[in-house]
Design a binder for this molecule. Structure first.
Ligand code: C2E
Ligand code: CA
Ligand code: CA
Length: 750
């Protein structure tokens, strides 16, 4: 059978698997985040690398350009010096000289000009350049490099180098050489970044000096700012940044868009106000980045797939377990029927929707079912339970439900039109149950007991209904002459009263409202004090006494009696101690021992500890056990008496004659004193009674059991009992139970 622990461990496992899913989720999340961050960092690094490389390429290009220009400048300066030194002054002589050396240089054309502004080129053209800036500069002795100019002859874009010729410290003119922009473009067109990088040279105002022929560069650019603005509206900021760089002659990066994001690196060239601009797409290393990102995504995907698989597995397991739990919770494994949990759920549903409350909640069990297990074995017991289930469920009609709650305890929820129907059905169930034969040979009569509660109001809750039906059921078990009890308000009233009394008892115990009275016992022959019985009294706060008859049965029912008995035992020990210390000649005091102690033999050690603690000789205390206790648990009864005997207690059998004991039993049970019950004593003058007493006396004397007569009230009773050989007499004839002080006086009188 699945136990509560199984359910608990299933619950624990479930919690654990949910926790592990949570843990995996977090782990996965962290891993994916880590991977993403790593990829991001890598991408950043790659971009940094691109930028560094861009800067490097740019610097190289700047160097190349500077070197080219410088080389040309130096060459021209040297030519001018040589002409100046040669003393040539005629224009045709100088042009001839230039023509002869021109092929050595990369200039597209060379020429000589005179201070009057007329220029003579190597290809035979004469023109007036007096308006050109480079001419003006040369006339005041400066080298100059022109801005971008359009060749007057053929419209080619060129820059012009110009150097004055000094002869005899006099400027006799100058040489100039034009350098085709196309050549610069060619120098810069060397491919970088696998053809994705390209170079511009622009002026401070953004206008182009050298364009790029790369197809992915701006087409027909005249001004880089304009081209940027046209290419993408997001470039506004970039244009501003670039303008600032150019304006201040600074180096720096600018990101801009031309279809895709691009970096440009801007460096002043050191020639006029020109800057070299190197451009490369941001993602020029896209393939590498993409490769890394793709790998990252693949790993993420794999992780997610694995995770999904794990989660699916966990939840599938979960689902299975849940289903198992439901079965565990709702199906009674032994009978295959409903559990009480299911029953409760079902009837609460019914009660919610019910307009008609003609329903009965019934609790049923078999009296002494434990005996079936003990006598016929558990298999037979289980068989009986299944049989009970069948009988009960077969008697259910549509909408009615039955469940096994605990052991052999079943609950039913039935409908009715007239209440009598229910009683008839209960009787028929009882008859069917009784037909069950247990074991093979023995005829064992089953005693089913029912408690019936007729639902009183709509919306009533299952637990309350169970309580009421159980109250009726308990009553039916107590009253052995009926097998079913219908719940009524009186039962509830009694229960409430009992509950109140029980609470009061606890309170009284805590506040020492229980006191011990002593009823002396006298030797029949000599009328000397022979002992006493300790009897408990409840003294209420107002001083009134509650007699044991009112609270002992309840204390027995609740088990509270064990606490009380121990209390009385302790009090008696203390009293005896006081008596001994006073130098009184103490006689044994007997203390009552409830049958409830039979369930818990541990009390023996507790009593022994009290004796040890108070240092009372064991002979001072005797124990009374009622005869009827012996029938319920004979084996326990005998073993406990044996142990008490071993310790040295004298055992009295109380109320002899009220139970069903056969005299023969006395042989098996090792008791020392028999207390003849008051009913016996009262019957002494009827012949049968007298004979019985005599018979008992003989038997006891044979077994060497001492006899005490209880409840002796009259002289005649006393004389009779003394006559037949009773050893001691207890009763009102001699004394009623009395407080300790009074009892002490009696002792002192002796
Ligand atoms: P019991 O053990 O049979 O005690 C004897 C009862 O008979 C006492 O009633 C006592 O007062 C009463 N009695 C004695 N002589 C006479 C007499 O001549 N005439 C009449 N009519 N009655 C007499 P009590 O004290 O009311 O106790 C009733 C029962 O309560 C006791 O019956 C005993 O079973 C139980 N009881 C009392 N004290 C304790 C206790 O400390 N522990 C346990 N377990 N039960 C106790
Ligand atoms: Ca007694
Ligand atoms: Ca008695």
């Amino acid at each position: 059978m699945k136990t509560k622990e199984d359910k608990n461990s299933a619950l624990k496992k479930r919690k654990k698997s949910i926790l592990s899913v949570g843990f995996i989720t977090i782990l996965l999340f962290v891993m994916i985040l880590g991977l993403m961050m790593y990829a991001q960092m890598l991408q950043e690094d790659l971009r940094d690398e691109v930028r560094n490389k861009l800067k490097e390429v740019s610097n190289q290009n700047v160097l190349i350009i500077q070197k080219e220009i410088e080389g040309d400048r130096n060459a021209l300066i040297e030519i001018a010096e040589r002409i100046g030194e040669s003393g040539l002054s005629e224009e045709w002589e100088i042009v001839d000289t230039l023509r002869s050396i021109a092929p050595r240089y990369s200039f597209s054309r060379m020429g000589f000009y005179k201070p009057d502004g007329l220029a003579y080129t190597t290809d035979g053209v004469v023109m007036n350049i007096s308006e050109r800036d480079y001419f003006k500069e040369a006339m005041i002795g400066n080298f100059s490099l022109s801005e971008l100019l359009i060749e007057m002859v053929n419209g080619e874009e060129v820059i012009v180098f110009s150097v004055p010729i000094v002869s005899d410290n006099k400027i006799i003119g100058g040489v100039f050489a034009s350098y085709s922009i196309e050549s610069l473009q060619e120098i810069l067109s060397v491919s970088s970044f696998d053809g994705e990088g390209y170079t511009y040279i622009v002026k401070k105002d953004g206008s182009k000096v050298v364009d790029s022929a790369n197809p992915i560069s701006f087409q027909n650019m005249t001004n880089i700012f304009e081209s940027m603005e046209q290419a993408d509206e997001r470039n506004g900021q970039s244009v501003e940044e670039l303008k600032a760089l150019l304006e201040n002659g600074d180096k720096g990066y600018v990101i801009f868009y031309n279809k895709i994001g691009k970096y440009m690196y801007c460096t002043p060239l050191g020639i006029n106000d020109w800057s070299l601009i190197e451009v490369v797409p941001v993602d020029v290393m896209e393939t590498t980045t993409n490769y890394i990102m793709a790998r990252t995504y693949i790993i993420c995907m794999i992780l997610i797939a694995v995770y999904t698989l794990i989660v699916i597995t966990v939840f599938r397991e979960e689902y299975k377990k849940k289903k198992q739990m439901r079965t565990l919770l709702y199906v009674d494994e032994l009978t295959g029927g409903h559990t009480f949990a299911k029953f409760k759920e079902e009837i609460e549903k019914q009660m919610k929707n019910a307009e008609d409350i003609k329903k009965a909640f019934i609790v049923m069990d078999i009296d002494d079912f434990k005996l079936v297990n003990e006598l016929f074995g558990y298999e037979e017991g289980d068989k009986l339970l299944r049989y009970l289930w069948r009988v009960l469920s077969d008697s259910c009609k549509g909408g009615e439900i039955v469940a096994r709650r605990l052991a052999d305890r079943f609950t039913l929820f039935l409908n009715y039109q007239e209440k009598e129907e229910i009683e008839k059905r209960v009787i028929s169930m009882m008859e069917k149950i009784r037909q069950c034969s247990i074991g093979r040979e023995t005829e064992y009569m089953l005693q089913p007991v029912f408690g019936i509660y007729y639902v009183e109001k709509s919306g009533e809750n299952a637990e309350d209904m169970l309580t009421y039906a159980t109250l009726a059921h308990n009553l039916a078990k107590k009253e052995r002459d009926c097998f079913y009890v219908i719940y009524n308000d009186e039962i509830r009233g009694n229960m409430l009263q009992k509950k109140q009394l029980s609470d009061q008892m606890e309170h009284a115990y805590r506040h020492h409202h229980f006191v011990v009275y002593y009823q002396p016992k006298y030797e029949a022959e000599t009328k000397k004090l022979a002992g006493a019985e300790a009897l408990i009294r409840w003294r209420k706060s107002d001083g009134t006494m509650v007699s044991p008859g009112q609270f002992i049965p309840l204390a027995e029912e609740t088990g509270f009696i064990c606490k009380l008995d121990k209390y009385v035992f302790h009090e008696v020990c203390l009293a005896q101690k006081r008596f001994i210390e006073k130098g009184l000649k103490v006689v044994p005091i007997s203390v009552n021992l409830s049958r409830r102690h039979l369930d818990n033999p541990e009390f023996i050690n507790e009593y022994k500890a009290i004796l040890d603690e108070t240092q009372i000789p064991i002979e001072c205390i005797q124990l009374e056990i009622t005869e009827s206790a012996m029938f319920e648990k004979q084996d326990q009864f005998i073993s406990i008496i044996k142990r008490l005997h071993e310790l040295g207690f004298v055992i009295l059998m109380d109320d002899f004659g009220t139970g069903y004991s056969s005299l023969m039993m006395l042989k098996q049970i090792p008791i020392d004193v028999m207390k003849l019950d008051k009913t016996f004593v009262d019957d002494y003058n009827d012949i049968r009674g007298e004979q019985i007493i005599r018979c008992v006396m003989q038997m006891a004397q044979k077994l060497e059991i001492e006899i005490t007569a209880e409840g002796v009230e009259t002289e005649e009773q006393y004389v009779f009992l003394r006559g037949i050989g009773c050893d001691t007499i207890q009763g009102y004839y001699f004394a009623k139970p009395m407080p300790e002080e009074e009892y002490k006086k009696r002792m002192e009188q002796q």
